[in-house]
Design a protein around this ligand. Structure first.
Ligand SMILES: [Zn+2]
Length: 446
């Protein structure tokens, strides 16, 4: 063990530590040492007894895990939560979400919706999120204000969008944002081509060239529904993944969101090119989009991350609920109760996300040298008793409300279940005002 500084910033004493790496490990009665935002030691209680710390946190009934990584969402859409439910994907998009976006989305909307989403995510143990939405520069400001880790994918579509007249402007603004935040250790920027069916070959080829040159990730909805595949086959004779391969977009920097349709050839492409898949089970179930074959992907060696998708199609950003859904769906859809074990699901929500976003050196597990992105979950309540295997509890009895403490890069964001963020009362008031406006307009048009 390398010696610790004389006086470290923070010593956390939880009942259990679930480090994720090494796989399947649970440490009981250990301590985690944090200094200058990083994990500097994982110690036995005997070793910890001699450590001087500015702050000590006793968490006697808690499990300490890496902060969760919500690898796909549209944060600002939290303001559309519950606006239109129980509809097919295309009806939902074309008749509800896209018109509502056209009417309401501006910088103020994105600022407030993103703040709401960040507060909900931090409350539930998420310390990093991958976002894809209009005005990513405004979302970046909200992430900086809250001190949360984020990857901001700027949307690219072959149509005018809020904040950009065409794809060229979207790309040039996105690259400017990348320059502006390049010294911020918590933020990164990715290309966000919406989907194969909304972005043409010319734009994709241009984007691929820039992404390769700048070594930037590409975050994209791919193979979300069976209809997307049949439309593409009718139009060009190729499955979308084949088309992306032909355009040179398949590589380890591609984050393919959804992938509910995977034939043997698709699986081979994902494996051969090291593409990460981002699984959004609740959104896929709610919109009846299909089922991503997670266990098959993991067995083939594909990295899989987990995302909630936007609150308009979920309708919450609770990664504990998402992990449980992912696990239960994997079991019920394969007829095998051994599919997606609790440890595998937790890995997907932490390291799987970090690998997908290209930040596995920095976060995703509790290892010395990584950033102190942490969530403590209180397992002392009635509904968790008795605790034989804390990871079973994390998967099968917990939800976001059981998270008690959260740190991002060593900074406390949730303390005893209360957010340590600026102006939470003002946030709720502003959300109410927006929702009243949106609702009145919706009723006028009903
Ligand atoms: Zn999405």
């Amino acid at each position: 063990m390398t010696p610790l500084p004389d006086r470290i910033d923070l010593l956390i004493l939880p009942r259990w530590i679930v480090p994720i790496v090494p796989a399947g490990t649970v440490l009981e009665n250990h301590a985690l040492a944090v200094h200058e935002g990083r994990i500097v030691g994982i110690l036995t209680r005997n070793q910890a007894a001699g450590v001087q710390a500015k702050e000590t946190r006793e968490l006697p009934g808690h499990a300490l895990i890496p902060g969760l990584i919500n690898a796909h969402g549209h944060a600002a859409m939290s303001l559309f939560r519950g606006l239109a439910d129980d509809l097919p994907l295309m009806t939902w998009l074309q008749e509800h979400i896209w018109p509502a976006e056209a009417r309401w989305v501006n910088e103020d909307f994105v600022r407030l919706g993103t703040r709401l989403a960040i507060a909900e995510m931090l409350r539930g143990g998420t310390t990093c999120f991958a976002d894809m939405y209009f005005f990513p520069d405004v979302a970046a400001e909200a992430a900086i204000e809250a001190g949360i880790r984020a990857q901001l994918a700027f949307p690219v579509i072959d149509n005018p969008i809020p904040g950009a007249r065409d794809s060229a402007e979207a790309i040039s603004k996105g690259l400017r944002l990348r320059d502006e935040i390049k010294h911020n250790p918590l933020l990164s920027v990715a290309f966000g081509p919406h989907s194969p069916y909304t972005v043409g070959d010319t734009t994709l080829a241009n984007l691929r060239m820039l992404a390769d040159e700048l070594e930037m990730p590409v975050h994209m909805h791919v193979h979300e529904t069976a209809g997307e595949i049949s439309d593409a086959l009718n139009l060009g004779g190729q499955r979308p993944l084949q088309r992306l391969r032909a355009l040179g977009l398949l590589n380890p920097r591609l984050q393919a969101v959804h992938m509910t349709q995977i034939n043997d050839e698709d699986l081979g492409l994902l494996v051969d090119h090291g593409v990460s898949v981002i699984h959004c089970p609740e959104s896929n179930m709610k919109l009846a989009s299909g089922i991503c074959p997670v266990q098959r992907l993991l067995d083939a060696g594909v990295n899989v991350a987990l995302g909630t998708d936007g609150a308009a199609s979920n309708n919450d950003l609770d990664m504990f609920g998402e992990m449980r859904t992912a696990s239960l769906l994997a079991k019920s859809s394969t007829g095998s109760s051994t599919a997606l074990s609790a440890h595998q699901a937790l890995h997907m929500a932490t390291m799987g996300g970090a690998i997908a976003l290209g930040i596995a050196d920095e976060t995703g597990s509790l290892e010395v040298g990584k950033a102190a992105d942490l969530a403590a979950v209180d397992l002392s309540g009635l509904a968790h008793q008795p605790v034989y295997h804390p990871v079973s509890q994390l998967l099968y009895t917990c939800n976001a409300n059981h998270v008690s403490h959260v740190w991002v890069a060593g900074r406390e964001k949730l303390r005893d279940g209360r957010l340590v963020l600026p102006d939470q009362d003002g946030l709720l008031e502003a959300v109410t005002q927006w929702s009243q406006q949106i609702q009145h307009r919706d009723e006028d048009h009903a």
